[in-house]
Design a protein around this ligand. Sequence first.
Ligand code: ATR
Length: 288
Amino acid sequence: MSLISGKTRVCGVIGDPIEHTMSPVMHNAAFKKLGIDYWYVPFRVKKEELGRAVAGMRALNIRGLNVTIPHKVAIIPFLDKLDPLAEKIGAVNTIVNDDGILTGYNTDATGFLQALLEKRVKPEGKTIVILGAGGASKGISFTLAGRGASLVILNRRLERAEDLAQRISQVSKNEVKALTLSEENLAMVLAKADILINTTSVGMIPDIDKTPVPARLLKSGLVVFDIVYNPVKTRLLREAEAAGAKTLICGIEMLVWQGALAFEQWTGQKAPLELMREEAIKALGHEN
Ligand code: ATR
């Protein structure tokens, strides 16, 4: 890595906790590869310090920040402008600082879509089952509804799924249903589904032997996307593969794409996607 100079521009990520982030290795490797004089650092920012952190970003002229849990929604009032997609979703994961004007983007949602399209999966006209109704589901659900898919959102707490479905139906003509996440409902909706997306944390380390969907409900022909990236291949993906599902998309793809799209916003250059993927996988290997 080249040394930091007087011209080095700083990017980073704010969140709490932050120790397990993969973003610094992905971005610093990408800056180095392209010979861009940028540096990416993690900042642990507590909830009550968020406003002061944004003021610090302005004062220190930090070029860009990623925003992660728990700040993706709370950050919005501190920004000057919002990209229309981030506004619709109501969450921001990337900030760009253009001479003191801070604009918020949601590259989680566009990154998710890129990961799908890269596998040649087209959401238009498909029936998509989405597990979970939290922050990650919100971005994904809005993006897919905007692409002409019919959605069924299943969540442990039904009221969150209903609330999300209602907000999506205000901006989309496609069908959006909400159901409780139960085995019975899964059996009913998966029988007619084209794509299954897990946005819950079920199956994430340390609970790697858990899965949100019983194996017997998985079938060949179903496209399965699990946004959990640690482990890279979750139990859900392993069982889907065993059931003959051909297109499996790991959460690491979304992670890499959201990073690549943020990188492009900050630098104006095309991100070295393959290198970022390799670095993220390597860093995950060190974690486990
Ligand atoms: P994120 O921003 O990562 O989506 P979140 O907003 O906390 O995080 O949402 C987590 C999602 O995982 C929610 O849909 C949550 O269900 P509830 O809304 O009912 O809490 C879901 N989830 C977490 N643990 C779960 C479990 N053990 N079983 C089923 N769903 C679970």
